[in-house]
Design a protein around this ligand. Sequence first.
Ligand code: AMP
Ligand code: P6P
Length: 334
Amino acid sequence: MKTLGEFIVEKQQDFPHATGELTALLSAIKLGAKIIHRDINKAGLVDILGTSGISNVQGEVQMKLDLFANEKLKAALQARGEVAGIASEEEDEIVVFQGERGENGKYVVLMDPLDGSSNIDVNVSVGTIFSIYRRITPLGTPVTEEDFLQPGHAQVAAGYVVYGSSTMLVYTTGYGVHAFTYDPSLGVFCLSHEKVRFPAKANMYSINEGNYIRFPLGVKKYLKYCQEQDEATSRPYTSRYIGSLVADFHRNLLKGGIYIYPSTASHPNGKLRLLYECNPMAFLAEQAGGKASDGQHRILDIVPTQLHQRVPFFVGSRSMVEDAERFMAQFPDE
Ligand code: AMP
Ligand code: P6P
């Protein structure tokens, strides 16, 4: 049984010149995940369920546990000297870590502290998503928004924690995707899947079909393709949609499948945010042999212009994403 801590330290050995800053940063995220795990599992018992009565920059009502998770992760990251600042779904602007320690931090972290909030009060899986970059402004100065608006292919590391029937942390630093299952009795994450890859066969699609009427034509055509009877290609495919990106992605990673959040009536640019949802999941998907695009362009090549910008999102098994992209190209909206 190899713990996440041991695994992280072991991987540092592959980089003789490493100072241990990334190792310490990944360990801070590990601590944050344990704290959120603890609080989610007792959320029904203490007054951290329900809404906070305030809304975030996108005008979405913030759940108490969203804000709780944000504060815990922010504190865990600020306590160490490796991070110069963070961006979060729960923060309107970037959070600059002040003082000498903060200004000399080599990394920035972008995160969705608790994704899938609408599921919190009904006991359905939710997740934490994180994305790590080297800062591009000089050490010894406060980070600026420029440090956060980097394309996804510049990520140093990315991952998620899924709080489900078990709590799992899944991450990559560009050398494969590795999954760890939390053992609360020991308080450690144990390596459960090394070098996770999407399975060769894939026949599951995740999308909120309630938005069908306003989907792009290419998405409508792809959905009908998924629902046709064709034994040779194992169609009709199975539809599975939890309403929690991390849980849907995790299932598709292990069993094969595609997750789509296209443009819709209420979200013309899609609902998911490029910086702290799509980029980290896209990095993981590609590292696991899958693909991630906005229906046309590789997610990791999109140059961000705004902290909370949204983008249509097609992610999962390469064959399914490529099928969906073919339909988007063949049936462009007028
Ligand atoms: P550091 O000096 O600790 O910031 O590490 C420098 C670079 O080495 C990092 O940006 C990574 O690319 C790589 N590296 C260092 N430690 C690790 C680790 N524990 N796991 C994976 N990559 C690492
Ligand atoms: P809808 C959760 O709020 C989230 O950002 C993703 O985790 C999830 O896949 C999606 O939104 C659900 O959105 O519009 O289908 O309820």
